[in-house]
Design a protein around this ligand. Structure first.
Ligand code: ADE
Length: 261
């Protein structure tokens, strides 16, 4: 008689440690959609540790006023350090990222780099800031998701988890779709349509119904360039037109001149 080997949970391809004073903020986010399925299937694992559990005193106070004066409260270093060290003692060393509006800007290139780390710790700040010794002692990277100030790092951590998790094989269920989408090569994604062929008087561009794959491909590349020029000229400055794209545009212009619409 053969017996089934005991079930061992699969090793996650992405293993995230969240250090947050508000672990409950992630409840529905981590359950929903493709990420929820990836967590259910063991491809992605997310553990949450709250510095509040390591705060001392009857009030378990995690913050205090800033030295030198000024508005707001600063997160004390001890509960944060204890949360970080406890999570790593339980599950191993992680690449530690502190979320802060003072960090370097997160983009698709950072998402790809973080996906390659495998095991990540996202440390969420709150209030007016975090004692600088946490950055000095623990952070390997300090990351901002944009030039605006949130009430804390939790939403930023959620953004990073989603951007990184969808790059992990098996999470999207459609691996090619990350290769040709917005930002992958400094270009915005081309526009897309689905059924019905006409909606409120707006018809789907004919070329997409033609079945001519080469024409569709050329049209999409041109649309992608046009959209990038109009909406994100900064991307074109950082990633100038390639020779191929220049030729494509020159060809496109000639064609459009011959057959304007
Ligand atoms: N915490 C507050 N604002 C933030 C931002 N823009 N990015 C990352 N963490 C933050």
């Amino acid at each position: 008689m053969t017996s089934e080997p005991p079930e061992t949970p699969p090793t996650p391809l992405l293993d995230v440690e969240l250090v947050t004073l508000f672990p409950e903020m992630f409840d529905s986010f981590l359950r929903a959609s493709l990420l929820g399925r990836a967590i259910g299937g063991g491809i992605v694992r997310v553990n949450r540790t709250s510095p509040r559990d390591f705060a001392r005193g009857r009030h378990r106070q995690v913050d205090d006023s800033p030295y030198g004066g000024g508005p707001g409260m600063i997160l004390r270093p001890e509960p944060l350090a204890a949360a970080i060290e406890t999570a790593e003692a339980a599950r191993g060393r992680a690449y530690r990222v502190l979320l802060s509006p003072t960090g370097r800007l997160f983009d698709q290139t950072s998402a790809v780099a973080l996906a390659g780390r495998g095991r990540l710790m996202l440390i969420c700040g709150r209030y007016e800031g975090v004692d600088e010794r946490i950055a000095d002692t623990f952070a390997e990277d300090i990351v901002s998701i944009g030039d605006y100030v949130l009430a804390g790092g939790e939403m930023a951590a959620a953004v990073i988890i989603e951007a990184v998790a969808r790059l992990v094989p098996g999470v999207l269920g459609c691996e090619t779709s990350t290769a040709d989408e917005s930002f992958s090569a400094g270009r915005l994604e081309y526009p897309q349509w689905t059924r019905p062929p006409t909606f409120r008087g707006l018809a789907v561009p004919e070329v997409l119904l033609s079945g001519n794959h080469a024409q569709v491909e050329t049209w999409r590349r041109l649309e992608s360039l046009r959209r990038t020029e109009t909406r994100r000229p900064d991307l074109l400055l950082r990633h100038p037109l390639t020779k191929d794209e220049q030729a494509l545009q020159d060809g496109g212009k000639t064609k459009r001149r011959k057959k304007p619409r």
